[in-house]
Design a protein around this ligand. Structure first.
Ligand code: MG
Length: 374
């Protein structure tokens, strides 16, 4: 057990403003970690997962998320989320949920920081284009790419390729690819926090950009319930103040519901250890009513925001840019940076070019696209 962990029985304290930060018996203890692929002695004053967190934050792929889009590119303005700010919002929500549940906050923080690091430029648009181009060699998936980055592509350390992260972080990222096993509760927390963040902030960003109006959102039960609570509390808000208050409420209501529903499941199943939780279906999730409202909100966002004409126009442009860059470098692999030589030799030109493109920011992809046309 590391110095910062105190293993005790179930210490769930709900409905209180003060949560003693003691680990629950079903928290994953850092001392139980399988360890790293390449052996390294323990650090003197940082736990293994604190060290993982630092390695992720200090790597180049993490920094590049600042210029990778979440839903909207820099052309849309400067208010909306980037992949990096979305990641930081997931960290905040996940740590709150994890601390209240008495889980391992260091593991949650590291897994949250890692979860979107494999996104190529232009988010899911870029991912979909790369996947089409790589179907013959196994396709492209941003969760899989995150594993390639931290196991192979990042080169920061003398003794090993990648970041040599703890096995539990790699398993957590594998879960996002495979969904074939139940992950640790800490990883489950990251998954729900991601969903809370994008379901709420994509609404906020789309409203700020004028792509969505409050009247349209009244078609969704989640927005309708939160706006009713806000109107009951404040009667004279202008439209911007109202939107911000509803967005805050949307997060609060989802997080509170996740905590209450998860607490119920933990009590009902009677789990006592981290291992027992992985033998059951996922426990950290909203209750059925909010889950249904979230499904409705996600279907609404798909139609009204992700398929908005302005977003579809961007998608068409991105498809052209990435196809052109891919075709150019597949035919001129000698122009790839030297760091892709190993991948080129071991996995072929399509994977090497995809790794090269996935590494680009939105801005660098556009500038490289312009460059190869001139
Ligand atoms: Mg995410």
């Amino acid at each position: 057990m590391s110095g910062s962990e105190i293993g005790v029985g179930n210490v769930l304290v709900f409905g209180s403003f003060f949560y003693p930060y003691l680990l629950s018996s079903y928290a994953f203890l850092t001392s139980s970690s399988v360890g790293r692929f390449y052996f390294e002695p323990d650090h003197v004053y940082r736990s293994a997962f604190q060290r993982d967190r630092d390695r992720i934050i200090h790597c180049a792929s993490f920094r590049r998320m600042s210029e990778k889009m979440q839903v909207f590119t820099a052309d849309f303005g400067s208010y909306h989320r980037t992949r990096l700010t979305h990641t930081l919002e997931v960290v905040c929500i996940a740590r709150t949920v994890g601390r209240v549940l008495g889980l391992n906050e260091d593991l949650i923080e590291a897994a949250s920081l890692l979860h979107d690091i494999g996104h190529p430029p232009f988010g899911h648009c870029g991912e979909s284009v790369l996947n089409s181009l790589l179907l013959v060699v196994g396709g492209f998936d941003h969760n899989m790419q995150a594993l390639r980055i931290v196991e192979k592509l990042e080169r920061r350390y003398v003794d090993f390729p990648g970041l040599n992260l703890s096995r539990e972080l790699l398993d957590g990222q594998s879960y996002k690819v495979l969904k074939s096993f139940t992950p640790l509760l800490e990883i489950q927390v990251v998954d729900v926090a991601d969903s809370v963040a994008y379901d709420t902030h994509d609404v906020d960003d789309a409203m700020e950009l004028g792509l969505l109006g409050a009247d349209q959102l009244m078609q969704t039960a989640l927005w309708k319930c939160s706006s009713k609570r806000v109107r009951e509390r404040w009667s004279n808000l202008n439209s911007v103040e109202f939107r911000r208050a509803v967005v805050h409420d949307l997060i609060d209501v989802q997080v509170s519901d996740i905590l209450e529903a998860t607490k119920r499941r933990i009590i009902e199943t009677g789990i006592k250890t981290a291992e027992e939780a992985t033998s059951l279906p996922v426990l950290v999730a909203p209750g059925e009513e909010i889950a249904e409202m979230k499904r409705e909100m996600e279907a609404f966002l798909l139609e009204q925001v992700y398929r908005h004409p302005k977003v579809m126009l961007l998608r068409n442009r991105v498809t052209g840019w990435i196809n052109e860059i891919f075709e150019y470098y597949v035919n001129k692999t000698e122009e790839l940076p030297e760091r892709y030589t190993n991948v080129l030799n071991q996995e072929g030109e399509r994977r090497a070019v995809a790794d090269f493109i996935a590494d680009m920011t939105d801005r660098s992809a556009r500038s490289i696209n312009c460059g190869i046309k001139n």
